[in-house]
Design a protein around this ligand. Structure first.
Ligand SMILES: [Zn+2]
Length: 130
């Protein structure tokens, strides 16, 4: 029966449902690593433990089957809330919130480097008097 409400599965069941794929995706190096601590599946950090998150939101027709649940840290849970479908999977494989922030950090670093380069050119032109 559709619309039947099932309660959200245990973390253990969610882990065992996804374990094989998480290893293939190199999210974890071993079954032991997957189980030894409550690491976020997206960013890989412990960040105070994971939350059970719907991959497809309930509002969009997602259900409580373990196939529709990922274990994410609080930061990644918030960061992924507006993502669905391909956008979610790109975010997930790109390292979640941490991956996105480090991309932003890299962009800022690159633009600072360009500014420093530009100001050094101006300075050397001033020194040489050209
Ligand atoms: Zn995370």
């Amino acid at each position: 029966m559709k619309g039947q409400r099932k309660s959200i599965p245990s973390k253990q069941l969610v882990r065992s449902t996804w374990a094989e794929r998480l290893l293939v995706w190199h999210k974890f190096d071993s079954q032991h690593e997957l189980e030894e601590a409550d690491y976020c599946w997206a960013c890989g950090f412990a960040n105070g433990g994971t939350e059970r998150c719907h991959i497809l939101a309930v509002a969009e027709g997602g259900d409580n089957s373990p196939e529709n649940i990922h274990l994410l840290c609080h930061l990644c849970h918030i960061d992924s809330e507006m993502l669905s479908g391909d956008a979610y999977w790109r975010w997930f494989h790109g390292g979640g919130a941490f991956g996105r922030f480090s991309n932003i950090a890299r962009m800022i670093e690159a633009s600072i480097a360009r500014m420093i380069e530009a100001s050094e050119e101006v300075r050397s032109e001033a020194v040489s008097g050209s």
